[in-house]
Design a protein around this ligand. Structure first.
Ligand code: ADP
Ligand code: MG
Length: 694
C-alpha cells in the first residue's frame, strides 16, 4: 500500500500556485494579484503584505523555516541566499514573520556575481524583485521566491529579466499579425517551451576519486575503453535498478514542485539518460529546467550517484545536450506553428513560418552565440551533436510546399498553376516523419521548432531570448508591410513568396554531419563558427545591438555585459581545466607511471641476474620511459603557456582556444598512452571502463 504514489495528489503540493492562492487569499487580494499579472502592473504594498503572510503560513506548514529570493545570475545557474522567518520579541523569544517588503524586494548583497561591468564598485549591490508570474515553492526547508536580479541603476543582471522582456515583445508583434487576420479576441501570444535534458549518472565513490570530474565536471584524461557505445545497447535499454530508483525519486520531487516531468529514458552513451517535462510557457519552462538540474544533482547524491551536466564528460562518447522545443500559441491555446486545416489557418501558419525562416537566416550568428561555451565546443560540429552551422530542417512535405510557393507551382494540385495562399488548402503535414532528421540543429517537428544546439548545462534563457527577439523583429516587419497593404491577400502572397525565395539557403533537409554539407553551406554563404572563440565576437555586432535595443530586450550596456561575461567564463573554465591537467599530471599520473617503471626495472634486473628472459618487461619499460618523458615535456609547455597570457581581452579567448586547449590535447594524448601501458593496480584513478560500465 505504502508504495503507491498518488500523483494527482502530490502534483504541485509544494507550490504556492494559483489554486493555493485562491484558497488562502481574500478574494480582493487574489484578484489584485491576477490583475497585476494580466496587466504587468506593480503589486501594491498592502497586497504584497497579505500575500506574504499567507505564503509564510503555508510554507511553515510545509516545513519551511527560511525563505530565499531565488534568482538566475548571468552565470547560467541559479543563486539563493536563505533568511529565516524569525523575528525577536521583547521578551527574548521569536516569532515567524515575513513582510510584503521582504517578498517583493531583496538585497542579497551580491557583489560577487559577474556583472560585466554593469555595477560600479561604489554601488556594488544587486537587488532582487519577485516575479509574480512565477510561483513560489518550498524545497529543503526554504520558501523559494523566483525573482529578477538587477543593479542599483536598474540594469538587468540576470537571465530572467531579458527573457520576460522578449516574451512580451514577441507577443506584442505577433498580436499585430493576428489582428490582420481578424483575430480580435487573443490578448496575449504565449511562447511555449519544452526542454529535453540529457545527463550522465556515475557512482559517487568513483567520481570522488577523479580530481578532473570534481573540479571541471569532465574527464580531462582517460584512454578509450575496449567497448564504447558502438553496440547501441544502452539507447532506450532497460534502466538499471539504482538508476530507476533515482528516477522514481526524482519524478516524485519534481511533481511535488509542479514540474510536468513526463519522459525518461536511457540515452546513446553508457550511463547517459534523458528527462523531458511537458512544455509550458517559456518563463516557467526556464525556471523548471533550472529546478530540474538542481534537483537532479541533489537527488543523485541521495542515491550515491553523481549527476554530470557537463556537455562532454567523456572523450569518444556522446556528449549531453538539451533540445529546446519552441512554439507560439494564442492565450486560448491555438498553436501558431500548426499548419491548420483551412486556407486561412494555412496562410497564418505560412506567415509565421516565413518570419521564422527569415529571422533565423538573418540572425544565424546571434543564435549561434547563445549556445557557445567552453563545454559546448566539444559537441557542436563534432559529428554527434548538430553541426556548428545553423540551418532549418522542414521535412519533405513542408519543403515541397515552400518550393512550390517559390517556383509558382501548385504542390497539392499539379493541374493548377500557382498555390494561392489563403485560398488553397495545404497538404497534411505529418508530425512523425518530420522528426527523423537528427542531424539538424533546428528542425520543424509538426507544430514547433526543436533547437538542438544547446549544451546540457546551459540555461535555456539565452536561446529563447534570441528566438523570441528574432521572431518579434520579423513579425513586426511583416506587420508594417501588411498594415499598409490595400489588398491583404496579395500582399501576403508577395511577402511569403519573397521571403521563401530570399532565405531558402537556410533550409537544409540533408545530413548535417557530412563534409559535403560544410562545403555546400560555405557556398550558400552560411556562417560556420567552429568554436566559441570564433563566434563570440559576432555577438556584439552592430546588427545584433540594433536588434536587441530596438526591442528593449537589453540596453547596449546590458548586452555588452553579457558578451564580457561569456568571454570571461570561457577563459576561466579553460584555465581551471589546464591547471587541473597540470596538477593531475605532476601529482598523480607521472608518479604512478614512475612507480610502475621502477618496479618493472627492478624485475628486469632480478630476471637478468637469474638469466631469465625479460623481453616483454623491457619493451614496456622502454615505451613507458619515452611516454613519461614526452608527458613531462607537454606538461612543462602547458605550464609555460599558462604564464605567458596575452594582456588584451580580445586575444585572450583566441589564445586559450588555440594555445592552451591544444597543449591540453597533446598532454592528454601522452597521458592516455601511459595509462594503456601501466598496470591497472598502479593507476591513480578509475578508468573509462570503471566509470562507464560500473
Ligand atoms: P521528441 O520526439 O523529440 O521526444 P516530443 O514530441 O516527445 O519530441 O516532445 C519533446 C518536447 O517538446 C516535450 O517537452 C514536449 O512537451 C515539447 N512540445 C510538444 N509540443 C510543443 C509545442 N507546441 N511547443 C513547445 N514544445 C512542445
Ligand atoms: Mg527531441
Amino acid at each position: 500500500m505504502n508504495n503507491i504514489m498518488n500523483v494527482p495528489e502530490i502534483f504541485g503540493s509544494d507550490v504556492f500556485n494559483e489554486a493555493v492562492m485562491k484558497e488562502r487569499l481574500r478574494p480582493e487580494i487574489f484578484n489584485a494579484w491576477k490583475q497585476c499579472i494580466e496587466n504587468s502592473a506593480p503589486l501594491e504594498l498592502w497586497v504584497a503584505n497579505e500575500i506574504a503572510v499567507a505564503m509564510k503560513d503555508w510554507a511553515i506548514e510545509k516545513g519551511a523555516t527560511h525563505y530565499t529570493h531565488w534568482f538566475q545570475p548571468m552565470t547560467g545557474i541559479t543563486a539563493e541566499k536563505h533568511d529565516s522567518f524569525i523575528e525577536p520579541t521583547s521578551d527574548g523569544r521569536v516569532i515567524m514573520e515575513f513582510s510584503g517588503k521582504s517578498l517583493v524586494r531583496g538585497e542579497p548583497d551580491a557583489s560577487s556575481f559577474p556583472s560585466g561591468g554593469l555595477r560600479a564598485t561604489f554601488e556594488a549591490r544587486g537587488y532582487t524583485a519577485w516575479d509574480p508570474t512565477a510561483f513560489a515553492f518550498v524545497k529543503d526547508g526554504s520558501l523559494y521566491i523566483p525573482t529578477c536580479f538587477f543593479s542599483f541603476t536598474g540594469a538587468a543582471l540576470d537571465k530572467k529579466t531579458p527573457l520576460l522582456r522578449s516574451i512580451d515583445e514577441v507577443s506584442r508583434e505577433a498580436l499585430r499579425i493576428l489582428r490582420l487576420f481578424g483575430d480580435h479576441e487573443t490578448k496575449r501570444v504565449v511562447t511555449c517551451v519544452g526542454a529535453e535534458q540529457e545527463y550522465f549518472l556515475l557512482p559517487k565513490d568513483m567520481y570522488a576519486k577523479r580530481e578532473d570530474l570534481r573540479l571541471t565536471g569532465r574527464t580531462l584524461f582517460g584512454a578509450l575503453p575496449p567497448k564504447g557505445q558502438e553496440l547501441d545497447d544502452h539507447y532506450f535499454g532497460t534502466i538499471r535498478t539504482r538508476v530507476s530508483n533515482f528516477m522514481k525519486d526524482l519524478d516524485e520531487q519534481l511533481w511535488r514542485l509542479g514540474i510536468l516531468s513526463k519522459t525518461k529514458h536511457n540515452e546513446t552513451a553508457p550511463c547517459q539518460h534523458e528527462i523531458a517535462p511537458i512544455y509550458t510557457d517559456a518563463n516557467s519552462a526556464c525556471d523548471a529546467n533550472q529546478i530540474i538540474m538542481m534537483v537532479m544533482k541533489k537527488c543523485a547524491a541521495k542515491h550515491n550517484l553523481v549527476c554530470l551536466l557537463h556537455e562532454k564528460p567523456f572523450a569518444g562518447v556522446n556528449g549531453s545536450g538539451k533540445h529546446n522545443n519552441w512554439s507560439l500559441a494564442t492565450d486560448s491555446g491555438d498553436n501558431l506553428f500548426s499548419p491548420g486545416k483551412t486556407p486561412r489557418q494555412n496562410a497564418r501558419f505560412l506567415v509565421f513560418l516565413a518570419a521564422f525562416i527569415k529571422g533565423v537566416d538573418e540572425y544565424q550568428d546571434f543564435l549561434r552565440c547563445t549556445v557557445a561555451s567552453a563545454g559546448n565546443d566539444h559537441r557542436l560540429g563534432s559529428h554527434e551533436a548538430p553541426p556548428a552551422i545553423i540551418s532549418i530542417f522542414l521535412g519533405d512535405e513542408l519543403n515541397a510546399v515552400v518550393n512550390s510557393i517559390i517556383n509558382g507551382t501548385n504542390y497539392t494540385d499539379p493541374e493548377k498553376s500557382v498555390m494561392r495562399i489563403g485560398v488553397d488548402v495545404l497538404p497534411a503535414i505529418p508530425k512523425d516523419t518530420t522528426d527523423r532528421n537528427r542531424t539538424s540543429p533546428l528542425a520543424f517537428t509538426g507544430n514547433k521548432f526543436e533547437f538542438r544546439m544547446l549544451g546540457s548545462s546551459q540555461s535555456i534563457a539565452g536561446p529563447n531570448i534570441a528566438l523570441n527577439t528574432i521572431m518579434a523583429e520579423m513579425l513586426g516587419e511583416f506587420a508594417d508591410e501588411l498594415e499598409q497593404a490595400e489588398d491583404f491577400d496579395a500582399a501576403l502572397q508577395k511577402i511569403v513568396c519573397r521571403t521563401f525565395s530570399q532565405h531558402q539557403r537556410i533550409i537544409f533537409n540533408g545530413n548535417g554531419y557530412s563534409v559535403k554539407w560544410t562545403e555546400e553551406a560555405a557556398r550558400r554563404g552560411l556562417s560556420n563558427y567552429s568554436s566559441t572563440a570564433k563566434c563570440l565576437p559576432t555577438y556584439v555586432s552592430q546588427k545584433n545591438i540594433d536588434l536587441v535595443t530596438k526591442h528593449g530586450i537589453y540596453t547596449e550596456d546590458e548586452f555588452r555585459a553579457r558578451y564580457e561575461i561569456h568571454q570571461d567564463a570561457y577563459r576561466k573554465i579553460i584555465n581551471i581545466e589546464a591547471k587541473t591537467c597540470v596538477d593531475m599530471t605532476l601529482h598523480q599520473i607521472l608518479p604512478a607511471a614512475m612507480r610502475y617503471s621502477r618496479d618493472l626495472t627492478k624485475g628486469i634486473l632480478s630476471k637478468k641476474e637469474l638469466g631469465l628472459s625479460y623481453d616483454a618487461e623491457m619493451q614496456i619499460a622502454q615505451q613507458l620511459s619515452r611516454a613519461t618523458d614526452t608527458l613531462y615535456q607537454c606538461c612543462e609547455r602547458l605550464q609555460r603557456d599558462l604564464v605567458h597570457i596575452p594582456e588584451d581581452k580580445e586575444s585572450l579567448v583566441i589564445y586559450y582556444r588555440e594555445q592552451i586547449v591544444a597543449d591540453m590535447d597533446l598532454l592528454r594524448a601522452q597521458a592516455d598512452i601511459l595509462e594503456s601501458l601501466t598496470d591497472k593496480s598502479y593507476w591513480p584513478y578509475p578508468t573509462y571502463s570503471d566509470l562507464l560500465f560500473y
